[in-house]
Ligand binder design. Structure first.
Ligand SMILES: [Zn+2]
Length: 315
């Protein structure tokens, strides 16, 4: 080996070492990245995992929309730290105030960063069924968060919404109209979508899961109907509750529709055959779907149980 070669190798080794150090730093303190979806619309993509101490509960898609007058936040994230990271990113990007924090539904990965936005001028918006749903589950959600995150959960909480939507509501951010729609029971009993008229962007909340298995915490049959209505809006861009942003509405909903259709028809067949809940969960829980969903083992059996309970009293 020549001296020249040895020199290069040593430089190379330094670069590899430096890259390794940077990688370690990036892993230890993940930055809060935002993706521009359309003019004035930014989303932070949560990780496609369940909440853990390592990911800090950063598992849901959250973000914001900027109007001429003010900013609307769509979901505040799974903890105070995540809500704060979103708030700070907004402050760096614009001097306009946050006038609305809009909740797509009650689940804690979307709603426990509210305290970062506590300001008398900020209006919290949610489905009319949200307050009762949160009141019934808040203590459990908080206990789970504390178990998962430990001290990092401190200060995380949901705020009481002061603007409730029971059907439809228009919000104006200044030359930018948002159409809010409260839906009948689907993913949950309090799903609310936000449609930005200017860019035809639809924030679906968890009415759309991409790649990650959909979770039925409401009614699968209701969810199928809501998906049909959402398709009719013909959005140019869709921001799901979990997974990458979509630009083709039919392709976006197809895998989820197929999964729910298959779940419903197989549970119906089991009920018709007189299977008990336990037998049905045992049989269908082991059947693999056509698509390989992330977190399938964590949620599929729960979905079988939910749909069995939903369809049990069908005639
Ligand atoms: Zn959800």
């Amino acid at each position: 080996m020549s001296l020249r070669q040895a020199g290069w190798q040593s430089t190379l080794a330094s670069i590899v070492l430096l890259a390794g150090t940077l990688l370690t730093q990036a892993t230890a303190a993940p930055d809060f990245s935002l993706e521009k979806v359309a003019d004035g619309i930014y989303v932070h993509r949560g990780q496609q995992q369940d909440a853990t101490a390592a990911n800090g509960g950063d598992i849901a898609n959250i973000g914001y929309i900027v109007g001429d007058r003010c900013v609307a936040v769509i979901d505040s994230g799974g903890s105070l730290a995540i809500g704060t990271a979103l708030r700070d990113a907004i402050r760096r990007a614009t001097a306009k105030p946050v006038c609305y924090v809009i909740h797509t539904h009650v689940h804690p990965d979307h709603s426990f960063g509210d305290a970062a936005f506590s300001d008398p001028a900020t209006v919290f918006v949610a489905h009319a069924e949200y307050p009762a749903a949160m009141a019934a589950r808040r203590d459990g959600f908080l206990a789970n968060l504390k178990n998962t995150l430990g001290a990092a959960a401190d200060g995380s909480d949901s705020a009481a919404p002061s603007l409730l939507v029971s059907d439809h509501e228009m919000l104006d951010l200044g030359n930018r109209r948002l159409s809010l729609q409260a839906w009948p029971t689907a993913h949950t009993n309090n799903d609310l979508t936000v449609f930005d008229e200017r860019t035809q962007t639809l924030w679906t909340g968890d009415l759309l899961f991409v790649d990650r298995i959909p979770v039925v915490d409401g009614r699968a049959l209701g969810w199928l109907k809501v998906m049909t209505a959402l398709r009719a809006l013909k959005p140019a861009h869709l921001i799901p509750g979990h997974g990458p942003v979509q630009h083709d509405v039919d392709a976006a909903f197809a895998p989820q529709r197929q999964y729910l259709d298959q779940l419903i028809s197989s549970v119906r067949a089991a009920l018709k055959a007189g299977s008990t809940l336990a037998q049905t969960v045992e049989t269908l829980g082991n059947q693999l779907p056509q698509k390989a969903w992330l977190l399938f083992d964590d949620y599929h059996r729960r979905n079988v149980t939910a749909v069995y309970t939903e369809l049990e009293w069908e005639n």
